[in-house]
Ligand binder design. Structure first.
Ligand code: 6PG
Length: 260
């Protein structure tokens, strides 16, 4: 049984509590934009990985449509990868890529060559995972066993404490080698394809978004070890050489005892 005691202060990830989902999207857009600006001051291109879900969607739409962000984002220097995908074609209503295309890629006119899609229309989800892993290895010019290092990864969190498509009790929690994993999620009766924890935790910067009272119990588990089952995926987001910032609204923070 994993230690469920409250985390030591030095281990507690950074937390920013804002009033509501709109403020959350604004804070996320500013944080993400600054991360890309700082990265592009140091290097020619940035590589980011974006999640699906309604909370990331609000942030992405703002990024594309609010001039105070969109005018600061040189998309021809930013490579956009997916964090995860459902095993559906890209025009399916459940497709994360469809959401990314509608919320960001189209309105921000992100050039096609900057977009790295998980080809989840493949009949065999393992083939889709393998193809995406090859894309990562090629793009990051990885040596064997080397991990890609994203400049910024944006995650959401489900009410069950899942993040990316890493669910409680899933085999992905134990993955140490692969960059991309796929498995059938019993709770969903469906396959998912996702970046693995080692890839996410190798990022320079991770931003995790959580909005709404239904996330409050999971958030208390992440920050205070309460309500937590041993394998809560969101508790495992700990970049080894990077930062993690949780941006949450008051409703999601409602069960935090030490909340600011
Ligand atoms: C997915 C996402 C998933 C999502 C969270 C939060 O494929 O669904 O990648 O990890 O980010 O479930 O989703 P909501 O913001 O819609 O609650």
């Amino acid at each position: 049984m994993a230690n469920t005691a409250a985390r030591k202060p030095e281990e507690t990830p950074s937390l920013r509590i804002v009033s509501d989902s709109r403020e959350l999207a604004l804070a996320a857009a500013e944080t993400f934009t600054r991360c890309c600006e700082e990265t592009l001051r140091q290097q020619e291109t940035a590589a980011v990985a974006l999640s699906g879900g309604s909370t990331p969607r609000q942030f992405l739409s703002l990024l594309a449509e609010n001039a105070s962000f969109s005018e600061r984002m040189p998309w021809d220097q930013i490579h956009c990868f997916q964090v995860d995908e459902r095993h559906v074609p890209p025009d399916h209503p459940d497709s994360n890529f469809r959401m990314l295309r509608e919320a960001l890629f189209r309105p921000a006119q992100v050039p096609r060559q900057q977009i790295h899609r998980i080809r989840a229309e493949e009949d065999d989800p393992q083939s889709a995972a393998d193809a995406y892993e090859r894309d990562l290895k090629n793009f990051f010019r990885l040596r064997p066993k080397q991990l890609p290092r994203f400049d910024c990864v944006v995650l959401g969190m489900g009410a069950d404490g899942h993040t990316a498509s890493i669910f409680p009790g899933s085999g992905a929690l134990r993955e140490r080698e692969r960059l991309v994993v796929t498995e059938r999620i019993e709770a969903l009766q469906a396959f998912r394809i996702t970046l693995s924890l080692p890839v996410i935790n190798n990022a320079a910067s991770v931003i995790v978004l959580a909005s709404g009272g239904e996330k409050a119990a999971a958030l208390a588990a992440v920050f205070e070890g309460r309500n937590s089952r041993s394998d809560l995926p969101a508790q495992r987001i700990r970049p080894a050489q990077g930062t993690v910032l949780w941006i949450v609204d008051r409703a999601a923070a409602a069960q935090l005892r030490g909340k600011k």
